[in-house]
Design a protein around this ligand. Structure first.
Ligand code: MN
Length: 202
C-alpha cells in the first residue's frame, strides 16, 4: 500500500513563492489521485508489495499495455511528487553544503551554473514534464528533463533523482498562469538543500 509523503508544513508555508491553493490542489488532488491509481494498478499487477523504485524500473516488462502505461504514469506521478514535496520543505539550508556543494562545483562549475542549467531544461521542456538533478552510479551529478511522469528510474538511466522541478501546469498555473519561468525562479527560494544533501549522501 503506497502512501503520500506526510507534509510536516502547512499548505501556506511556502508563500509567497508557492501559494496555498496550488499546494492544496497539487498535494490533495493531483498527488492523491496518482497514489490511489497506483495502489489499484499495483494490486492488479501483483506488485503491491514491491518498492516503487522496483515497479518503475521493471515497468517495461508488464505485458498488458494498459497496465504498463498506467503503472508508468501513476507510479511516476506518485514517486515524483513524493520527492517534490519532500524537497520544498521550508527551513533548512538555502544553498547546498558539504559534499553536495563540492560535487555541484565539480560537475557544473558553481551553484549558480547548476541552477541556470536546470532552469533552462525546465523552461525548455515542451509540455508537461520534469527537470531533474540526479546522482549517477559513480556519485557524480547529472541534469536532465523528462516528459509527462517519466523519471530517471523509469527511463533506466541508472541515476538516482535527488531534486526535481515539476513543470506540469498544475504546479504553477493558479498563481503564475503562463509564466513558467517566474514559477521556476520562485521555486529556487523554497528548495531545502539539507534534504537534497541527505538524498545525495543516500
Ligand atoms: Mn505535479
Amino acid at each position: 500500500m503506497f502512501e503520500q509523503i506526510k507534509l510536516d508544513y502547512g499548505f501556506d508555508a511556502l508563500e509567497p513563492y508557492i501559494d496555498a491553493e496550488t499546494m492544496e490542489t497539487h498535494y490533495g488532488k493531483h498527488h492523491a489521485t496518482y497514489t490511489a491509481n497506483l495502489n489499484k494498478l499495483a494490486e492488479q499487477a501483483g506488485k503491491i508489495n514491491e518498492s516503487i523504485e522496483d515497479i518503475l524500473a521493471e515497468v517495461v516488462e508488464v505485458e498488458d499495455i494498459n497496465l504498463r502505461t498506467g503503472l508508468r504514469n501513476n507510479g511516476g506521478g506518485y514517486y515524483n511528487h513524493n520527492l517534490y514535496f519532500k524537497q520544498i520543505a521550508p527551513g533548512g539550508s538555502k544553498s547546498p553544503t558539504g559534499r553536495l556543494a563540492a560535487k555541484i562545483d565539480e560537475c557544473f562549475g558553481s551553484f549558480d551554473s547548476m541552477k541556470e542549467k536546470l532552469t533552462a531544461l525546465a523552461i525548455g521542456q515542451f509540455g508537461s514534464g520534469w527537470a531533474w538533478l540526479s546522482k549517477t552510479a559513480e556519485g557524480n551529478l547529472y541534469a536532465s528533463k523528462t516528459d509527462n511522469q517519466d523519471n530517471p528510474i523509469s527511463l533506466h538511466t541508472g541515476h538516482t533523482p535527488i531534486m526535481c522541478i515539476d513543470v506540469w501546469e498544475h504546479a504553477y498555473y493558479l498563481k503564475y498562469k503562463n509564466l513558467r519561468a517566474s514559477y521556476i525562479e520562485a521555486l529556487w527560494n523554497v528548495i531545502n538543500w539539507d534534504v537534497v544533501g541527505s538524498l545525495y549522501e543516500g
